[in-house]
Design a protein around this ligand. Sequence first.
Ligand code: XIL
Length: 383
Amino acid sequence: MLSRRRLFHVGLGAAVASCASLEKQSFGAGDRLQNPHPSLTASATAGFTSLAQVAARKNILYGAASDYAMLSSDAAFAAEYLENCAALVPENGLKWRALRPSPEQFDFTKSDWLFNFAETHNLAMRGHALVWHLSMPGWFKETVNRRNAESSLVRHIEAVAGRYAGKVHSWDVVNEAIEIPDGRSDGLRNTPWLEFLGEDYIDLSFRVAEQADPTALRVYNDYGLQYDTTSHNAKRGAALNLLERMQAKGTPIQAFGIQSHLRASETRFNAEKLRRFLRDIASMGLKILITELDVSDQGLPADLEDRDRRVADAYRAYLDVVLDEPAVIAVLTWGLSDRYTWLAEFKPREDGLPVRPLPLDENLERKLAWGAIAQAFDQAPAR
Ligand code: XIL
């Protein structure tokens, strides 16, 4: 088998091609893990060479969030990324703030680079996200008002989804529109779009997205849905209500994205409640994507081995439940390597140690989490 260094030297494109052929050879039945409950040791990763390849055997799409900055400048990371991923999720590169330097301008330089990278390396592209209250550029507040909100929203979706029409696997059309603490009876978040256009901004966004790019799967995406806590339980209820209202209106939604930012220290996990939620979504005829999976190690003891094991266990326990649901068609992690993770900034550890939430460590070595994810894919029912 080619070493990683050798893969890097033959070039990224060639590396992917050679991986694809290597996979075919290295996935004989003999390479499968025989033990149904293998312990999560480093040797548990033996026999698997790529997360995307293990997932693909069950018809599950695996990919990770990344961006222009790292993919264009960190060749070792890019090689590892291409070895493991079949889908590219621009972590920030398709948000308003990235694409809209001013009310009149669109800057597609870096996003075009990402689409080109995906096409060259045969990666599916995720579109994240057309509407998200947190990604708005500074000029938005001063410029958008009740009078021009609709045209501003429509123009953005038409321009962005239209530019990449036919090249996107799935668009997160609306992201994070539910916020129970905002106190509305419909559970919706008080965003400028809601204030200016009412609840119909959601329906409008999906309709315009459908017109601009009929081929991309249209997704509603949200977080805070997986645990057995008061807030997650309420949010699951509000999400199902929103989906019902959307379907009653004929909103062209096709899939539901569960972000899945997990906490390794969280014990309030009720598999049955989660299974029921997934079933409820599936029985509405919708597909499900796990869109932003990562496992925070905030609050765990410093010991590295113990920490990595608990992070890996959290991945495994969660994936075992969600992959049982055949409507789940994709798993995307929010990053691939601890070298680049938003949690370093958003959920740092109190002891100041670097966080370790992703499948690869900061040196791009496979962690127990990598093996746990590979095993979960390997043992998932095929869809
Ligand atoms: C995060 C990115 O990872 C950060 O780099 C950025 O500063 C803020 O946004 N939910 C989402 C993602 O839908 O877009 C967020 O991404 C993480 C939470």
